[in-house]
Design a protein around this ligand. Structure first.
Ligand code: NAD
Length: 476
């Protein structure tokens, strides 16, 4: 048996302290080897109480810390994130199973980009505005509970904690059970950067115990949650009872619409890369490819060819483009959806639900493309959270818009057309928070968040900062 680290502490009030709860520990598995990497404490109400109390004690001091001083600390934190890129990459490869190249570029790179973006935003944000005879002050919204998932574990932490701290709010973070190690690494970087005690606190634990205690805690003013829609509803209920402000980044079932006249080959290739990235464990993934019925078979063949380039493999190998899923539960879930779709009459283009040959250990699944899927099948409606693409035909533009919007979700999407004006005109018809036109790049300053059941509120950029501000009007 390989040695693994056993951690018994939480980061509370500026120091690592033994967990106060007696709820045992959480095993962190490497999804490629299925070996235990570490154990972390399963914190609960006692740790949450201590962390929230520390944050409350820190709240006024941090709220009144001059912008220049907050900026200096956040700059130090950004520099620490920059210096720790390799360690972040290795940690996310180990606990999430993300391929090392993708982990370096995205799991380590995106948090650095986002942290950097908030330095400029904090330096330039107008925290005071004159409106008629009023001066409107943007003040910190109070103690923030940040509850995060495992799929982009550090990005989701940074996208909440950095703007909250920039706004002047102290934070208690409850990261996902599967990926607490990169959260502990982040806590170490915050500590090294020298933030005042209590401004940032980390409590590891299960969602049912630590997460629920935090979301309902009377000492919390804002709950910022990223995760599944089902848990998001529970968190919103708990927050609602306490009249806390709540921001929810939830699931998705995003459509990529290829209009006639678009570069079909490019649109399909980019779609495959989009939906297989991170083993399909991306809330904003384009899981539904919509093409005109006259181009349907061409699109399916192109998708099959593109998908063949994604052979699952060891995430530590730089050649690997797709690693395992995060855990056995996700593996069973993804296989179940593929089996269900085939039983309901979908056509298997590539992939399937069988075990991946040559990879007996690890939570590997075949990257899968399905055709002849109808809008009523679960695979067309529900979030699979795996590398599975469904290809759907449409008759005309109205039908394409109707299909694209025929989902409870509305997080992201793509539109491809002969020119970007045509794509933009179509994008206005979509009930979704983000749309990439002809492969438009991700913009870390643009608001990210959902319409409909994909969430409430926005992250990233100025809109993400404003989630943590409240307004006071002074009349002159
Ligand atoms: P999850 O909802 O199970 O867990 C998310 C977090 O909530 C974890 O930290 C978990 O411990 C905690 N939690 C669980 N039960 C809780 C409760 N009762 N009270 C408080 N906290 C609780 O989701 P997951 O499986 O970790 O992540 C996958 C889901 O997250 C997918 O549905 C995905 O689409 C969604 N997601 C959305 C975005 C986005 O920005 N919209 C980003 C990433 C992931």
């Amino acid at each position: 048996m390989q040695q693994h680290a056993e951690y018994g502490d939480q980061y509370i009030d500026g120091a690592w302290r033994p967990s106060l709860d007696d709820a045992g520990s959480i095993e962190v598995l490497n999804p490629a080897t299925e070996q235990v990497l570490a154990t972390v404490p399963a914190g609960g109400p006692a740790d949450v109480d201590a962390a929230v109390a520390a944050a409350r004690r820190a709240a006024r001091g941090w709220a009144t810390t001059a912008r220049a001083d907050r900026l200096a600390l956040l700059t130090r934190l950004r520099d620490k994130i920059a210096a720790a890129q390799e360690e972040i990459t290795a940690t996310v490869v180990a606990e999430l199973g993300a391929p090392v190249g993708f982990a370096a570029a995205v799991h380590a790179g995106a948090p650095l980009t986002v942290a950097t973006s908030y330095l400029t935003l904090l330096a330039e944000h107008p925290f005071e505005e004159r409106i008629g005879n009023s001066v409107v002050l943007a003040e910190p919204a109070g103690v923030v509970a940040a509850i995060t998932p495992w799929n982009y574990p550090l990005h989701q932490i940074v996208a909440k904690v950095v703007p909250a701290l920039a706004a002047g709010c102290p934070v208690v973070l409850k990261p996902a059970e599967d990926t607490p190690l990169v959260a502990r690494l982040f806590a170490r970087l915050v500590h090294e950067a020298g933030f005042p005690a209590g401004t940032f606190n980390l409590v590891t634990g299960t969602g049912a115990m630590a997460g629920a205690a935090l979301a309902a805690h009377p000492g919390v003013d804002v709950v910022s949650f990223t995760g599944s829609t089902a848990v998001g509803r529970q968190v919103a209920e708990a927050a609602g009872r306490g009249l806390k402000r709540v921001a929810l980044e939830l699931g998705g079932k995003s459509a990529n619409v290829v209009l006639p006249g678009a570069d079909l080959t490019r649109a399909v290739n980019v779609n495959i890369a989009n939906v297989f990235a991170n083993s399909g464990q991306t809330c904003s993934a384009w899981t539904r490819l919509l093409v005109h019925q006259d181009q349907y078979e061409e699109a399916v063949t192109t998708a099959a060819k593109a998908a063949a380039k994604y052979a699952p493999g060891d995430p530590t190998d730089p050649q690997t483009r797709i690693g395992p899923l995060v855990n056995a539960k996700q593996l069973a879930r993804v296989r179940g959806y593929v089996e269900g779709a085939l039983a309901a009459g979908a056509r298997l283009v590539v992939g399937g639900a069988e075990p991946v040959p040559g990879l007996p250990t690890g939570f590997y699944v075949h990257p899968t493309v399905l055709a002849d899927v109808t809008g009523d099948m679960a695979i067309a409606r529900e979030e699979v959270f795996g590398p599975v693409l469904v290809v759907l035909p449409y008759r005309d533009e109205d039908h394409a818009a109707e299909l694209a919007n025929d989902t409870e979700y509305g997080l992201a999407g793509g539109v491809w057309a002969a020119d970007t004006d045509t794509a933009a005109a179509f994008a206005r018809r979509l009930d979704t928070g983000q749309v990439d036109l002809n492969g438009g790049r991700f913009n870390p300053l643009a608001p990210f968040g959902g319409y409909k059941s994909s969430g409430l509120g926005r992250e990233l950029g100025r809109h993400g900062l404003e989630e943590f501000l409240q307004y006071k009007s002074l009349q002159y």
